[in-house]
Structures are given as structure tokens and as C-alpha cells.
Design a protein around this ligand. Sequence first.
Ligand code: C2E
Ligand code: CA
Ligand code: CA
Length: 589
Amino acid sequence: MVGARPFSILVVDDEASNFEVIETLLSIPSSGAASRLTDTHPHQLHYAASGAEAIASLDLFQPDIILLDVMMPGINGLEVCQRIKAMPQWQAVPIIMVTSLASQNTLAQCFAAGADDFIGKPLGSLELMARVRSMLRIRRQHQELMLFNNHLEKTVQERTQQLQTIISQDALTQLSSRAGVLQRLAEMLHVRHFSFAVIYLDCDQFKLVNSSFGYTVGNQLLLAIAERLKQLLCPGDMLARVGEDEFCFLLHHVEDEAALKPIIQSILQSFTTSFKVNDCEIFMTACIGIALGNSAYQHPEEPLQDADTAMYKAKLRGKNVYQLFDRQMSVAMLNRLTLETELQRALEQQEFIAYYQPIIDLQTETICGFEALVRWQHSSRGLVPPGAFIPCMEETGLIVPVGIVMLRQAAQQLLDWHHRGWPHLIMSVNLSVRQFASPTLLADIDRVLAETGVSPASLKLEITESALLDNPERAIEIMDQLRSRQIRISVDDFGTGYSSLSCLHRFPLNDLKIDRSFVNQMSESSRNFKIVSTIVSLSNQLELTVVAEGIETRQQLDQLRQLGCELGQGYLFYKPLSACDIEASILTS
Ligand code: C2E
Ligand code: CA
Ligand code: CA
């Protein structure tokens, strides 16, 4: 219902007597006193003696309806009507034209001027009353609709504001959210303010906190981290929580990398003391990626994405590390990301297959086994060598499932060849650092052994030096476990790692594979020859079998034979081949 103000009726007529007639007809007392024209609402009557006066008094009288004489000196009624209808704030006020010129033509002119109704002189009480009432009803409906619209608009605005607050604020920490940062960045880019820096911070292994202490403690830890970071905030800068365990500083005035050093140091420093949460003392580290503002940025997502990319790069380097973004990074990252998803898909679609390179007994020049080497059978790129994807799989951990796929394929293949008349063959399979550290390694191997039924004594696992040295105690434990299953163990790429020859005896090894970089240049470099001969003699003392990789020439073969190297592989004999090719050209002959 419209408010308590009485309806205001403005009568515009150059003859005051006409006003009195209307007043009488409507039985309404003159201006100032309120009366009831309808049962539900009081009304007030106002008078203007000319068009100009009427227009000038609109603000004062706030009319709800206007009774407008057509024939007036000065501005006539039609003109007045037109002018009032042209004013947005008065447009909706119904205007009833009052005229004695009741011709069709005048009628048309009245409506063309925007009038809502029309009444002829001499005025009759009933007709006037009916027209005024019906116009007031329309007026009232319109006002109610306006009121409703205003209310609706206000509610919508409030809700939008609430939503805006919700999305621009993080519910847990009350810090800004990702949307909040994007909004601020958008504002800065809009005014071409580029001297900002985005510092993206990701807690290392936060998931461990959630999984070991539960989400409540996890949340409290996030609150504690937020609190600590807030202390580092300068006035005007922004701190936001942009992901589960990800925070972001938006610094407004940073000229160069050097200006950032102090804050980076304080951020990293702030993680050196533990966080006390629920009587637990939790140590946390974080990696930081930084993007500096520059005029190439067009969308607010870009600096945030770049800082995230740099952070990701920092993560690859370890814990508590920071990294500044540079453009090459994003190209590499994009390639990396597409490679990552492609590799995941390749695993699902079983595109990884084993190729086999024969391992030769150098004295008899006969095949005593194979090394299984992974190949990616890519639908458009063809056969992709492992150098192009193993590093990525190492980083992502995908090497663990792919490694097991290889082990299973190689084991099945070996079993098949054993059954088909070559029972003496040994199969070597590569184990990456990541696989060797995998807590499921032994269970995975046992499962493959059980599934395939291959004899473990004819399996050899190739492990790199670095896998042994990361955690020697654990490495020995695992190797003992493997040996107890009769699986043989070989150190791959020997000589390229950091192990000193003297610690070799601690490990329960069977073979040493001399890295092909030494074998390749054995003839050209006396140093390499010396290394190879030392490794061979040491291996003999430790009762380890020596395998030489990458034998490409007769000369190399002869030298290795002289030194007493027992086994070898290389292009001189065979390149890695598919199982089919091996059956067709080697095993059948
Ligand atoms: P690696 O274990 O040292 O394997 C020997 C590599 O030397 C193979 O490269 C082989 O093709 C190559 N090679 C063999 N003979 C010669 C030669 O005479 N001259 C030269 N120049 N190269 C020779 P590939 O197949 O490209 O494998 C590269 C590396 O990828 C492997 O080095 C190994 O570290 C890794 N890798 C391959 N397959 C697997 C796998 O199934 N699992 C894991 N974890 N790593 C694998
Ligand atoms: Ca190998
Ligand atoms: Ca090797």
C-alpha cells in the first residue's frame, strides 16, 4: 500500500471559477484540508492559474493526478501536457484534459500530447468523479508497482553486495579470496598501474597435516599461518587465501626484484618457527612464486597464473624455495602440462610398450638376456624415446605405475620366451629413483611375480646410484628383500653418480653397469679407459658382474674383453627392438 500522504490533485485552469466547479463537484474542501474521494484514501486539491504556474508548482504539490484545461493563454494545455510528459519524474502522473472543444480532432491532439484521459465541459459530477477515480486507481497501482520495484532493486543490490563479499572474502580466514585479488588486479590493470608484485605461496605437503591430524587441525593451522602472514602486510597491500593451502600477497608498489627481497625473506623466515595448534607443534614450509607487474598484462588472471607457475617451478626445486617468473617458464610449463595430461592418458590407453635390447656375453658373443626399455607408442608422434617423457614422469610420480606396467610386460614376455625354448634368458628392468622410494614397491613386484608366474631368479632390476645414496639404510633393506626373492640387482649408469667406489661393498649387488659415456670414449680418452679398467677390476674384487653399455665399435669390444668385462650391450650388436623383431630376427636364427 502506498504511504500515508493524501493523493494530490492539481487543477490547472486560467479561470478560477472552473476550479471552484471542480472543487464542488468532487466535494473536496480547498487546498490544505484533506478529504476522501475514495473510501480508502484522502486527497488534497491544488490550483494553478496557468501552464507556467502548473509546471513551476509540480515539485511543491507533487501531484498524483492533473486536471488540465486545454484552452489557456500563454502555454496552452496541450503544450503543458507535452512538457510534463517529457519530464521523467512526472511522466507517470495521469493527466486528464478538460475542454469544451470536444471534437475528434482535439481528442487526437490531447492523446498525441501524452494525455491519459479526456473530459468535456460542462463537467458533470458523476463523470468527473468516475474519471478521477479510475485515474487515481491507475496512479495507485503504478505507485505500488514502483514501490515494489524499488524494494526489489534494493534487495537485489543487497544480495549482490553480500555475494560480492562472500566471493571476495575467504570464509575461514576472513582474508580476501582469489576473486578479491582478481578484482584488485583488474582495477590496477585498468588504470595501467603495473608496478605491482604478486607473491604466490603454497604450503609444502599440507595434505599430510589434514590426513594425519584431521581437517579441524588443518583449518586451525591455516588460520595460524594467515595470522602470521598478516603481520608482514604493509598498509595498502593485500593478503588473500587463494586456494586450500595457498596464499597470495598483492604488493602495490614494487619497482624490481631487489625491492622484493626483504618481504620474501620475512615470509620464508616466518615459517622457520613452528605453529602451535591444539597442543600440537607443527612445522610447515612453503614455496613461493613471484610475478612482477608489467605492461604486457591485460587480464587479471595472467599475473596470478604466472606467479602460480613460478611457484610450481619453485616446488620442483624443493621446500622453502622462491622463484621469480620469467616468460620462458610459461612456455615450458604449458608443454609440461600438456605432456603430463598426455602421459596420464597414454597410461590409461596402454600406449607404453617395452622394447628389448639384447645383452651379450662378450666372450662367446651370445645373447644371455635383454634390457627392457620403455617406448611410448604415440598416435601421431610415433615411437617416442624415454628421454622425452621419463623426467616428467619422475616429477609427477607417473613413473611408478608405468614402471610396473613395464615390469609386467617384460616378465610376461620373458616367461613366453622361456616356454618357447630359451629358458636361460635373463630380463633386466629399470627402476627409477621414484619407484625405488615408493612404499608399494615390494608389494607391486610381488603382485607381478604372482600374476605372471615368472621365475624371480631370471629377473634383474637396474637401480641408479642416486637411488642408493638418498637413503642407504633403507636402500639396503629393500635390496635385501629383493635378494631374498632371488631377484638380481644391478647398479645402472655407474660412474655418473656421486658414489665413491669404496661404499659399493655395503650394498647387496649382483651387477655393475658402466655408463655408456665412459665406454663410448674409451679409445679416445685415456682417462675413460682408466675409469673403465678400474671399475672392472674393482668389480672383480667385489665379485660383481660388469656390464658395459653403449658398445658401438669392435675396438671398444676388444678393449672390454681384454679388461675382463663379461657382459655388454650396444649398437654394435643390437639396438633395442620390439618383441616381434626379436623373435623374427634373433631368437629364431
Ligand atoms: P639406460 O638404462 O642407461 O638405458 C640404456 C640406453 O642406452 C637406452 O636408451 C639404449 O637405447 C641406449 N643405448 C644402448 N646401446 C647404445 C649404444 O650403443 N649407443 C648409444 N648411444 N646408446 C645406446 P633409451 O632406451 O633411450 O633409454 C634411456 C634411458 O631411459 C634409460 O637409460 C633409462 O634410464 C630410462 N628408461 C628406459 N626405459 C625405462 C623404464 O622402463 N623404466 C625406467 N625407470 N627408466 C627407463
Ligand atoms: Ca638401464
Ligand atoms: Ca644405463
